[in-house]
Design a protein around this ligand. Structure first.
Ligand SMILES: *[C@@H]1O[C@H](CO)[C@@H](O)[C@H](O)[C@H]1NC(C)=O
Ligand SMILES: [Zn+2]
Length: 468
């Protein structure tokens, strides 16, 4: 008996040593370094440490495993995993549904977002069987929540990451070619960029602190002046931001920001921000939400802040299915879904359809008429006019093959929509398409050169037979 107890003790000690190995030790050290500073220990009192946050994410994953999946998109400079909770009735599976993301704690010293994103996740877990909005989200959206993009900055209680870089200035910029060296970019930024190349988000929001306002693109101006600078989807963004501020307990009552919303460039221009990059390169409509005037409100105010934001957050996520125009794009000859794109007449922006199901989700401000145009390589484009009310409209497009030579060629080499659900196969297919294009181009080049060569030969003046 004693031997068994002894063995049990040994294995328990070993497993606890192993599971709290290197990484956790450095994490604890990092956090303890700052406990000497009485000011920072005071303001962080009652907030989750990074270790608490990791536990909370894992506890959530265990408790709500039927509607969630936990994964990490990379690591911070100091090696903290950037944990994400995906909430859906089929987490991890590809479905013809839109995806939404919440990102908290982009700035290390703005910790409210990391707390309320966890409250949101747990609330959805507890209520998706009884609350209609929670049910709608779980059943029709893939919601991805990254509570902390900047755990190192949080541990250091400062804005920047461990290299003291402001992550919301670290993205490539549309006006100034700063940050264009991908290797010089911070690991946290790179993790977001890789994530967006793999996942297609319809909309998203990052949570900040220091004000109470919903901020929308553009964040920068071409001449660095502070001016209203609207993006092609200015109306859509104003609608989304206003919906947020009006569902919020008191955001829309702001004296500083009319209606509780503001155009980023009109507030103060920034460059290398995450919001503009999402819209331009991620096909994702992102808002920057400032959810608390005080960056470090007393921790006992957190439940109130969550209550103030709750309906806004739920409505914003639900808006990716409840508003706008949605549908799928099919080929009329094979009946299969084809990856194409959707544009709206008068709005210079393209929304791509999903790879496997060719589903598209185009958010738009309601109360207007829109001409929706679907296109795909090798197919004739089709358009239809819709009257968009408060409710979402569903329009499926069935495109006819473009029977011209060019159309046939495009379709044969680029019709990659075969209803195959794995991304890998799709990528493989794309590579083959690309290879074929290169081979064709090379053949054309050879042929041209040959004809030029023969032509060139004929054009040479006849040789004189007699020298004078
Ligand atoms: C909103 O409510 C919070 C908490 O009561 C308060 O601190 C803040 O000043 C209010 N803001 C507005 C714009 O009413
Ligand atoms: Zn911020």
């Amino acid at each position: 008996m004693k031997l068994i107890l002894f063995l049990l003790y040994i294995s328990l000690t070993l497993s606890s040593v192993l599971s709290r190995g290197g990484l956790s030790a450095t994490r604890l050290l990092l956090e303890e370094n700052h406990s000497h500073n009485s000011d920072s220990i005071d303001k962080a009192k009652g907030y989750m440490t990074n270790y608490d946050l990791e536990q909370a994410v894992k506890d959530f994953g265990r408790r709500c495993s039927n509607i969630s999946r936990i994964y990490s998109i990379g690591k911070s400079v100091n090696g903290f995993p950037l944990w994400v909770m995906e909430i859906s009735d089929k987490p991890g599976a590809e479905e013809p549904e839109p995806a939404f993301k919440f990102i908290g704690n982009v700035h290390g010293d703005e910790p409210v977002g990391r707390e309320i994103t966890l409250l949101l996740a747990n609330w959805l877990c507890d209520n998706h069987m009884k609350d209609p909005l929670a049910k709608l989200i779980v059943e029709n959206v893939h919601l991805h929540i990254l509570p902390s993009l900047n755990p190192d900055g949080f541990a250091l209680k400062r804005r920047g990451n461990a290299n003291n870089i402001d992550l919301n200035r670290d993205f490539p910029d549309q006006f100034f070619p700063m940050n264009n060296d991908e290797d010089a970019r911070q690991p946290e930024t790179r993790a977001i960029m890789t994530w967006l190349r793999e996942m297609h988000f319809t909309a998203s929001a990052t949570l900040h602190g220091g004000a109470l306002v919903a901020n929308y693109p553009w964040d920068g101006t071409h001449d660095k002046r502070r001016n209203y600078y609207g993006c092609p989807d200015d109306q859509t963004f104003k609608f989304l931001a206003s919906s947020y501020s009006h569902s919020h307990r008191n955001m829309s009552l702001s004296k500083e920001f009319h209606g509780g919303i503001i155009n980023g460039a009109f507030w103060y221009p920034i460059y290398g921000g995450m919001q503009d990059w999402n819209y331009i390169h991620g096909g994702c409509l992102e808002l920057t939400l400032e959810i608390s005037d005080d960056k470090w409100p007393n921790a006992n105010e957190l439940p109130t802040i969550w209550e103030y934001n709750k309906i806004s957050m739920l409505n914003l996520v639900a808006s990716v299915v409840k508003t706008g125009v949605h549908g799928r794009i099919f080929s009329s000859d094979s009946g299969r879904p084809i990856p194409g794109s959707i544009t709206i007449k008068g709005i210079n922006y393209m929304v791509k359809s999903g790879r496997a199901f060719a589903d598209y989700h185009r958010l738009l401000a309601p109360g207007k008429k829109y001409e929706v145009i679907a296109s795909a390589p090798g197919y004739k484009s089709k358009s239809t006019t819709i009257w968009l009310e408060e409710e979402a409209v569903t329009v499926d497009f069935i495109l006819d093959p473009d029977e011209t030579l060019e159309g046939n060629l495009l379709r044969s080499i680029c019709d990659c929509g075969s209803g195959v659900t794995t991304k890998f196969y799709w990528r493989f297919h794309i590579e083959i398409c690309f290879f074929l294009v290169i081979v064709l181009a090379f053949l054309c080049f050879l042929l041209k050169r040959r004809t030029l060569f023969t032509l060139g030969k004929q054009r040479q003046p006849p040789k004189r037979s007699v020298m004078i």
